[in-house]
Design a protein around this ligand. Structure first.
Ligand SMILES: C[S@@+](CC[C@H](N)C(=O)[O-])C[C@H]1O[C@@H](n2cnc3c(N)ncnc32)[C@H](O)[C@@H]1O
Length: 253
């Protein structure tokens, strides 16, 4: 089938809309309940900061989750220009900003970014920038090759590969040659363990009700997502009993 630009845009818009229905929910929970940026928006600044600090510190203290990579990457990112793509509650983004990185937080959910803007101000992080991804043209606001690191933790495997390929094609040029693409995804082994269900159903297993899609990635699939740009793997491995995988790739072209 030949798809016109208009048809493609309808498909893209539809996916962004479906994703927004879910992802005001932010990773990190209080008393077993997932947080929503809609609830967080009702907190005072002091309570918002206390909530962010307690979740960030709890997640960082779990070595097998965020602990290892905060220890590994924080010193490397201190003076880097970082685009956190799908920044959620900023558990990584604002930590890197506190460590001295120049951080841009991008997200498809405006409420998430509004919460982060308030948090950044309350934490005295006045150099953090914010970008709402309304559609792919929103990425035009970013200059090409203006980032040392594109950091995408859990944001690029919740829509079909063909959709992600179009989004990533707009995103990769923002990374300088020699810069690092750092992505957390879900491995094939987890999908097999969960019964190899269709991706349209797997999202509910991995991230709960309302998750429209979850798709596994391995290194060849991530490299094909990024193609025709070439990347060399610095690190690529599964962790946390194959629940997650990690791709740290260096941009070559
Ligand atoms: C699982 S959360 C991860 C949040 C954060 N990166 C973290 O590590 O806690 C996924 C985030 O990615 C955003 N997201 C989901 N799909 C996206 C897409 N196609 N493009 C950009 N952001 C997306 C969501 O709005 C949400 O903030």
């Amino acid at each position: 089938m030949v798809r016109s630009a208009a048809t493609t845009n309808v498909i893209l818009d539809d996916w962004f809309g479906r994703l927004r229905g879910k992802w005001h929910e932010i990773p990190g929970d209080v008393d077993g309940e997932r947080l929503s940026s809609r609830q967080l928006a009702t907190l005072t600044d002091d309570r918002l900061v206390a909530c962010w600090e307690s979740i960030r510190n709890a997640e960082r203290s779990r070595w097998e989750m965020r602990g290892w990579y905060h220890t590994l990457y924080q010193p490397l990112l201190t003076s880097a220009r970082v685009l956190d793509y799908g920044s959620g509650f900023g558990l990584d983004a604002l930590s890197w900003a506190q460590a001295g990185a120049s951080v841009t937080c991008a997200d498809i959910v405006a409420e998430n970014l509004r919460v982060l803007e308030r948090l950044a101000r309350a934490l005295g992080l006045h150099h953090v920038c914010f970008l709402h991804i309304e559609d792919l043209s929103s990425l035009c606001a970013l200059e090409d090759e203006s980032f040392d690191v594109i950091w995408a933790q859990g944001s690029l495997h919740h829509a079909p590969f063909d959709f992600m390929k179009q989004e990533v094609a707009c995103l990769v040029p923002k990374l300088r040659i020699g810069g690092r693409w750092i992505q957390l995804a879900y491995p094939r082994e987890r999908w097999v363990r969960d019964g190899a269900v269709p991706f349209a159903r797997w999202g509910v297993n991995t991230d709960g009700e309302g998750t429209p899609w979850a798709e596994w990635y391995d290194l060849p699939k991530v490299l094909s997502l990024l193609a025709p740009r070439r990347f060399d793997p610095v690190l690529a491995f599964n962790f946390h009993d194959d629940d997650f995988n990690w791709f740290d790739l260096l941009r070559r072209s």
